[in-house]
Design a protein. Structure first.
Length: 322
């Protein structure tokens, strides 16, 4: 008696088909009915239903044991279970494959493929291996992909498991045009990663260029904002011995005499690390060379204790009191 769900017929086969014929029929049907080949709408929905049936039939027939059980049964006892399982697993796998394809396309700068996959319904903010497509495009420096993704609703501030967003990734990979664009689209320059580092701090840490910090400061930034360690951006730049960043922040209006809650200034921090050029920049911009912290410690005392003689000389020349 013909079975209610003829798995051979679904694959276009007869019961005497060989395993190689089963595999070949399955391969050809997948090529013909893969939903990506159909436009969004009823035709794709029908293709999805066809693929569920095709996958179900292949699971029954490709392996000798379930195939033997199927051939011996008057009605197939596992078809309904198989269909249900494939309905979920096939759709889940298809979704994962499409997200992977989107992230890969973004990392390769394939704008056409990015647009195509989004048109298929792939969510821009879906993660693959911890990355979203926006993160992948930013890290790889593909500005056109960034524009497409953001125009189609990608979240510019979504983070990975380490708390890094597309902006931070663009900074670490030194993709200046991507940084500028992300900032213009509202990326949060104060967003903290799990290690507490913000894009602003990451930009200060970069060697050889202040362009990244300048890009982040292109929109109004409250320069006197303090982090969890009670330091401002200028203090952080001074402690990092980044004179170009110190000069840029001062030109943007950073307070050279701002203090932490314990009275520490940017000048003291620069003196501590022996950053002579930072000390000079701060002094020339009006830093108080005789400011004291809550313990009465001055920048001169710090430079003396840390044996930075050039800094000691600069401070004394600027009027520091012994």
């Amino acid at each position: 008696m013909k079975k209610a769900n003829d798995q051979y017929a679904i694959l276009g086969l007869t019961p005497d088909a060989t395993q190689s014929q089963v595999r070949e029929a399955y391969r050809l049907l997948c090529l013909a009915w893969h939903p990506d080949r159909f436009p969004v709408g009823q035709s794709r929905d029908y293709a999805n239903e066809k693929m569920i049936a095709i996958n179900s039939a292949y699971e029954v027939l490709y392996d000798s044991k379930p195939r033997k059980e199927y051939d011996q049964e008057g009605e197939d006892p596992i078809i309904s279970v198989s269909v249900e399982r494939y309905y979920h697993s096939a759709n889940q796998q298809q979704s994962e494959d499409r997200v992977r394809s989107l992230v890969t396309a973004a990392s390769q700068g394939d704008v056409k493929q990015v647009k195509l996959l989004i048109s298929f319904g792939v969510k821009c903010d879906s993660h693959y291996m911890g990355f979203t497509a926006l993160m992948a495009a930013a890290a790889a420096g593909h500005l056109n992909c960034l524009k497409v993704l953001i125009a189609r609703g990608a979240d510019v501030n979504i983070k990975d498991e380490d708390g890094l967003g597309a902006l931070a990734m663009a900074i670490y990979k030194q993709r200046l045009d991507c940084v500028e664009y992300l900032v213009s689209e509202g990326a949060d320059v104060w967003a903290k990663a799990k290690d507490g580092v913000t894009p602003l701090k990451a930009a200060i840490r970069l060697d050889g260029s202040v362009d990244f910090l300048n890009a982040l400061l292109s929109k109004h930034v409250a320069l006197e904002t303090k982090d969890a360690n009670d330091v401002t951006l200028l203090m952080f730049a001074a402690a990092s011995a980044k004179v170009d960043c110190v000069s840029l922040l001062i030109s943007k209006g950073a307070d050279v005499n701002a203090k932490t809650s314990s009275g520490i200034t940017s000048l003291m921090l620069a003196a501590c690390v022996g950053a002579e050029s930072c000390v000079a920049a701060l002094i020339s911009s009006g830093a108080n060379v005789n400011a004291e912290d809550h313990n009465g410690i001055t920048a001169l005392m710090v430079a003396t204790d840390t044996k930075h003689q050039n800094v000691v000389t600069a401070l004394l020349k600027a009027g520091a009191k012994k």
